[in-house]
Design a protein around this ligand. Structure first.
Ligand code: PXP
Length: 236
């Protein structure tokens, strides 16, 4: 079954709005796992606008599922991830000023660069995933980078879902088949929601994990966190 990793960045966004400690990201991570999440994802950014460096370290000991740290592999990020040793690191090509991840890696242009970084994480026993657009060439390039998994960037799917879901899913199915053929694990994320998740999970073969933040935390405001996590789990 596909694992649900809950991205708790938004809990930190609310906390930071008042500069205090509430709501606690640690309590959120503990609760998400108790309510059925199969993992916790965070995406620390250099400006610490949501998850801080301290959060990255503090969350580690309360993880009883899987810890996934996403981010741009700056020297600082690489050092922090190797110190913390999560189960998985997901590399994204974001610049420091973007609001949220907005593109996958060019796995051909950055092959040598990614290969060195991936090797370093793997030598430290950390599973690697790299964020990619649904493009066959990028999947083949990802394999050559030595990554364990890819994370398919699902914004295009989510945007097109309501107008033509068959067309929206098509490139993702091709890429998932190619990834499986190449022996790559498949994760997915960005803009997945209660509306579009079930179809994605049904159509994508061998989907190991989805990481979901914005929609899930927004739904939880109305439906409650426990209920919301259970609803997402049922769609998988
Ligand atoms: N995957 C990556 C690489 C991301 O940067 C994000 C957002 O932090 C997500 C998945 C989750 O996206 P969303 O918050 O839209 O569910």
């Amino acid at each position: 079954m596909t694992k649900l990793s809950v991205n708790i960045n938004k809990i930190a966004t609310i906390r930071n709005a008042r500069g205090g400690v509430s709501p606690s990201v640690l309590d959120a991570a503990i609760s998400c796992q108790r309510f059925g999440a199969d993992g916790i994802t965070i995406h620390p950014r250099p400006d610490e606008r949501h998850i801080t460096r301290k959060d990255v370290h503090d969350i580690k000991p309360i993880i009883i599922t899987e810890y996934n740290i996403e981010g741009y592999p700056s020297v600082d990020f690489i050092k922090m991830v190797i110190d913390v040793k999560p189960e998985q690191v997901t590399l994204v090509p974001d610049g420091p000023n973007v609001i949220t991840s907005c593109a996958g890696w060019d796995t051909i242009k950055f092959q040598g660069y990614l290969k060195d970084i991936i090797t370093e994480f793997k030598e430290n026993g950390i599973r690697t995933s790299i964020f990619v657009d649904p493009n066959l060439e990028m999947i083949e390039g990802a394999k050559l980078c030595g990554t364990d998994r890819i994370e398919l960037y699902t914004e295009d799917y989510a945007t097109q879902y309501s107008t033509n879901k068959e067309k929206a899913i098509f490139p993702y199915v091709l890429c998932a088949k190619k990834a499986t053929e190449l022996g790559l694990g498949i994760n997915a994320g960005h803009d997945l929601s209660l509306e579009n998740l079930a179809y994605f999970a049904k159509e994508i073969p061998n989907l190991a994990e989805v990481s979901i933040g914005h929609a899930l935390i927004s739904d939880a405001l109305y439906l409650g966190l426990e209920n919301t996590i259970q609803m997402y789990k049922r769609l998988l």
